[in-house]
Ligand binder design. Structure first.
Ligand code: URA
Length: 442
């Protein structure tokens, strides 16, 4: 079918056949379809939506538009599983989760991204580690996954190339906020890494990518069922992002926290509760655990024995980082020139946090990007961020700011104060683990 005919059908609210969607998406990857046609198509989808079958077809066509990884030839002695998140602030889950489930026998080829908008990027955090190479050759990637159980790397050129063009056009044609297009975009890339199972972490709250709770639920449901129908069993957890997940936001500061968590410190912190729940899902989906209790007991052992920390250390070493990073991280991680406490203007209880604003403040400190070719300052950010419901006063700061200069620290301190709403009485705190959507096969 000619591209203009497919666009016309969607414009008029008519159903599209899977084969025609596939031809159109392949035409995008091959540069036979113009940006104008992509823009018209995405706007038609934005306005008229897509049936579940159409989203599955769009997802598989996006996945198959480039290289799809195969793991069979490596004869891995365990399942290939991964997790993806819609992103947030202080969301260092991937850094702990990958090594943790690998220490329980899973294989995790994790393709991660850089910071996007107010949300931090796993790759930017890992690049705080001197020498860490997030773009190894494909064979090396496979070798590290096999020998270590996990490799966290960046997206290489030929994975789901159609999405790269479609996303670029959506970004400038006001068509980003469409559940069918977001589903196919996220899953097209993720499923190209040849997974046996996937777990999705969809965030809800003031630091979430989706603008409302209803939209977060809709996306979680869509991702779980579309991925499962596309052949990769997937569950989606809805988790709270109405405050930073870990008590820090930035790059090196999140690596410091990761190392402490992997050493078994603060096992019941909010970030560890979310990480543990995702890990349970991954072990069960990968058939490494026969029950939730079994998964929890394996995870406990992997953490307290130091096995999870050892896997992280090995991944860092295999991907070019220092061999003694775990022991001497302090001498390797960049430190900010200025580190100082930020006190609230008034004493009281933290009632609300504008988490998006905290993330944007980290970007402005230099910890994220204002242009996509800019460098990131790994040393800056916030640490020891207090949680909702904490009583703050002249002794208890809201957080510590890590900045390049006194001026930058002062600007960030003002932004942080403005992001925190103080008051009297108990704060209302949303549930951390809100819901699980289980994918259903056709
Ligand atoms: N992340 C993606 O990869 N794609 C989207 O459409 C939105 C977020």
């Amino acid at each position: 079918m000619l591209p203009q005919e497919l666009i016309r059908l969607k414009r008029d609210g008519q159903p599209l056949a899977a084969a025609d969607i596939k031809t159109f998406i392949q035409g995008i990857a091959d540069d036979r379809i113009s940006d104008a046609q992509i823009g018209a198509f995405t706007m038609a989808v934005f306005l008229n939506g897509m049936s579940r079958e159409e989203v599955v077809a769009l997802t598989t066509a996006t996945r198959d538009s480039g290289h799809v990884m195969q793991w069979d030839s490596l004869n891995l002695p365990g399942p290939v599983v991964d997790k993806h998140s819609t992103g947030g602030v202080g969301d260092l889950v991937s850094l702990v989760l990958g090594p943790w489930v690998a220490a329980c026998g899973a294989f995790v080829p994790m393709i991660s991204g850089r910071g996007l908008g107010h949300t931090g990027g796993t790759l930017d955090k890992l690049e705080s580690i001197p020498g860490y190479d997030p773009y190894p050759a494909p064979e090396r990637f496979g070798d590290v996954v096999k020998s270590t159980g996990v490799a966290i790397i960046g997206q290489t050129g030929n994975l789901a190339p159609a999405d790269k063009r479609i996303y670029g056009v959506r970004d400038v044609t006001a068509t980003v906020e469409s559940i069918p297009l977001i589903t196919a975009s996220i899953l097209g890339k993720k499923l190209a890494s040849g997974l046996d199972a996937l777990v999705m972490d969809v965030k809800v709250g003031s630091g979430a990518f989706m603008p409302t709770t209803e939209k977060s639920h809709e996306l979680a449901k869509s991702i779980a069922s579309v991925a499962t129908q596309a052949g990769t069993p997937t569950n989606a957890l809805l988790t709270d992002m109405s405050q930073p997940l870990a008590p820090c936001a930035g790059n090196a500061v999140e690596i410091v926290e990761t190392l402490e968590l992997l050493r078994g410190e603060r096992p019941n912190s909010r970030v560890m509760q979310v990480t543990r729940e995702l890990a349970v899902e991954m072990l069960m989906a990968g058939k490494l655990a026969h029950s939730r209790e079994d998964a929890l007991s394996q995870l406990e052992k992997a953490l307290t024995s130091g096995a999870a920390a050892e896997v992280f250390a090995r991944m860092v070493r295999e991907l070019g980082g220092p061999g003694d990073f775990m022991e001497r991280s302090d001498s390797y991680l960049a430190k900010a020139n200025v580190v100082k406490p930020v006190y609230a203007e008034q004493t009281g209880t933290v009632q609300r946090i504008d988490t998006r604003a905290v993330g944007m403040s980290v970007v402005e400190l230099g910890g994220g990007r204002l242009r996509n070719d800019a460098d990131v300052d790994h040393s800056v950010g916030f640490s020891a961020i207090v949680e909702l419901g904490t009583q703050v006063d002249r002794q208890q700061p809201l957080a510590y700011v890590h900045a390049r200069s006194e001026d930058a620290a002062e600007r960030a301190a003002q932004q942080l104060r403005a992001a925190f709403t103080m008051g009297e009485g108990e704060a209302s705190i949303d549930e951390l683990l809100q819901k699980t959507y289980r994918g259903e096969a056709l």
